[in-house]
Design a protein around this ligand. Sequence first.
Ligand code: DGY
Length: 329
Amino acid sequence: MEKSKTILITRQYPDIGIDLLKDQGFHLKFWPMERPMTPEELVEHAQDCDAVLCTLTEKIDKTFLDRSSHLDMISQFAVGFDNIDVDHATRLGIPVGYTPDVMTEATTDIAFGLMIATARKMVFNHKKILRGEWGSFTPKDHLGMELMGKTLGIFGMGRIGMKMSLRCRGAYDMDILYCSRNPYPEAEERLNARRVDFHQLLAQSDVVSAHCPLTPETRGIFNGEAFSRMKSSAIFINTARGPVHNEPELIRALESGEIWGAGLDVTDPEPMDRDNPLLSMENVCVLPHIGSATQEARDGMSRRAAKNIIEFYRTGSMPHMVNPQVLEK
Ligand code: DGY
């Protein structure tokens, strides 16, 4: 590097990637607060920087990009990048990196854990103890459901959907259906998974688990109509992005018994209000977006986000890039 490049570090990321950047001689400009920057602060702080290391709390929209078109690149610390207007970054010629793969195991554990916790009402029963309501053994109270031999429906079959399918087949001998834009031969070969359309997925699955990116096509796809097509005994799991489901309509479907339960690691909005009715429902488990929150996954994300920056300045390309067409221009 002829001149040391300045990277805006928007949050407190694991040291492993930050140290890699320091070792390579980058000048790092840290946002020191715990809270994310406001859009105005983000524009202001990016003005004297060459690149930004950011995550889903930063709104990298058209307004930001137009005011920050001097940036050489953007490195996103996440596999999802719906906070970034990638089309506009591409129009402006700004390459965007991301961090796939490294959180696959961690996120799958949360989807799998939510499925079991919901089926057995674990969070609700834990809250009963906290309220001092652990009475005597009651043969008919708060009964859950078993998962053995049930049908799993994956919406958006990719790396995490595949791992979820493997866990569910291994643990509960579940049949696997999936609905995806493209066939996923590995799931068909290893698990005899069947690719079906969205309506078949909804009608035939006992557990429907969303693993898709948030796009204009998937925004709100799990709405009242979709829930009305599901089995009344079905569980809905979302570890993808909150806006993939329509939350008021999900609440209505649970209240009316159109579906049986829900396990959510993502909500709309985030953070969720503490008086949201989902938090007091017996058949619902909600977590605060912790899919990738393991030491291993977050270290992997930090390393990958840093390597995207280092490689970009070394070679002009990066190992994990969202919009490689920028480099073809
Ligand atoms: C992602 O990577 O997109 C997760 O939602 C946060 O780790």
